[in-house]
Design a binder for this molecule. Structure first.
Ligand code: PLP
Length: 361
């Protein structure tokens, strides 16, 4: 298998894929695949319960929070959050970062007043950076503050939880959930699409404080989009994304067997430092993101001479290093180094980058 640097759907640990392959035709001696297993059976309920219990263990999720396994992508949550939290005359704060937060803001504006605060900017050296929190001007009466903890496309990541807003925090953690410990109790709601650190696309995890349910404005919200309803039905108001849940469960077991989130965090920092250090000392490549704002999940890289990009991508592929092309809106290169990317994969990429530089200069 190649080293897959895709931003999402992203690499899945090989051991998990091998296990899935082994269990595909005959899960647990049951005589069929989990894909074919009725979701109302005790066996599937067992899978769901174990998946939830393991996620709770990994992220130390308190009992006062509900964990929901929902259909669809993170983009569905862009609408669901304001649908549940906001009455039409109410206001919420949104940090405007890059592509994903803008998409999110567009949806939220359909449901209430949105107070925007710029969260990202270009500094005097032309590098992307986070706007420091002491420069933010939020509406303190806003129902919540929504922010994208890691902007997958440009590779800018919050280095710590926002702490100045006194109201509720809501976060899109699609591209850094399970990569680092999270203090769940600081949050009203966290959501993450599965396709980076959780499993196959099509399923989204929501972690939400249960005591907020009674304040939600759900009268005109379709049942399947009401968090309290989905929770009351144990994530199964209808047929759930059962194979995705089973798959996530295997990824969670893999994480627990490999030292959990704490160990992943150490390994993720090590991988990212190695790559950024290499890029920083190079005269051929550079990072478009300022130190102190850089993502340790999505490393954006640019070549000083961008005419080499196509050749780089082609030769990288020939060397089993795939999906290094930057997002179409940002260009350049991008190495997504989620949990499933090994240190070996990052070292191979650096060796290739050195070789490539030698070959073209
Ligand atoms: N938010 C972030 C930070 C993302 O990286 C993505 C993309 O994967 C999304 C939201 C959108 O997710 P989805 O395609 O699952 O709706």
């Amino acid at each position: 298998r190649a080293f897959n640097f895709s931003a999402g759907p992203a690499a899945i640990p090989t051991e998990v894929l091998e296990r899935a392959q082994k269990e595909l035709l005959n899960w647990n001696g049951y005589g069929c695949s989990v894909m074919e297993l009725g979701h109302r059976t005790p066996d599937f309920q067992g899978i769901l319960d174990k998946t939830e219990a393991n996620l709770r263990k990994l992220l130390k999720i308190p009992d006062t929070y509900k964990v929901l396994f929902m259909h669809g992508g993170a983009s569905h949550q862009f609408s669901m959050v304001p649908m549940n939290f906001l009455a039409p005359e109410e206001t919420a704060n949104y940090l405007e970062m890059d592509h994903w937060s803008r998409m999110c803001i567009k949806e939220a504006q359909r449901f209430g007043n949105i107070h925007l605060q710029q969260g990202i900017r270009t500094n005097s050296e032309g590098l992307m950076e986070l706007v420091p929190e002491n420069e933010w001007q939020l509406d303190e009466k806003g129902k919540y503050l929504h922010f994208t903890s890691n902007e997958t496309i440009v590779g800018v990541q919050f280095q710590e939880d926002p702490h100045t807003f006194s109201g509720k925090l809501v976060s899109d953690m699609c591209s850094d959930i399970l990569s680092r410990p999270i203090d769940i109790e600081k949050y009203a709601l966290i959501y993450a699409g599965a396709q980076k650190n959780i499993g196959p696309s099509g399923m989204t995890v929501v972690i939400v404080r249960e005591d907020l349910f009674e304040s939600f404005h759900t009268e005109r919200v379709p049942s399947l989009f009401q968090y309290p309803y989905v929770s009351e039905k144990g994530s199964m108001p209808n047929t759930p994304p059962s194979f995705g849940i089973y798959f996530a469960g295997m990824v969670f077991e893999w994480l627990l067997e490999n030292g959990g989130v704490e160990q992943m965090y150490k390994r993720n920092l090590e991988k990212a430092h190695l790559l950024y250090d290499y890029v920083d000392q190079s005269n051929f490549y550079h990072s478009p993101v300022a130190k102190g704002s850089r993502s340790f999940m999505n490393v954006a890289i640019q070549m000083k001479d961008r005419t080499h990009e196509e050749r780089f991508l082609h030769e990288a592929r020939e060397n089993h290093l795939i999906a290094l092309k930057g997002h179409k809106t940002f260009g350049g290169l991008r190495a997504s180094i989620y949990n499933a990317m090994s240190l070996d994969g990052v070292k191979s990429l650096i060796r290739f980058m050195e070789q490539f530089e030698r070959n073209v200069t």
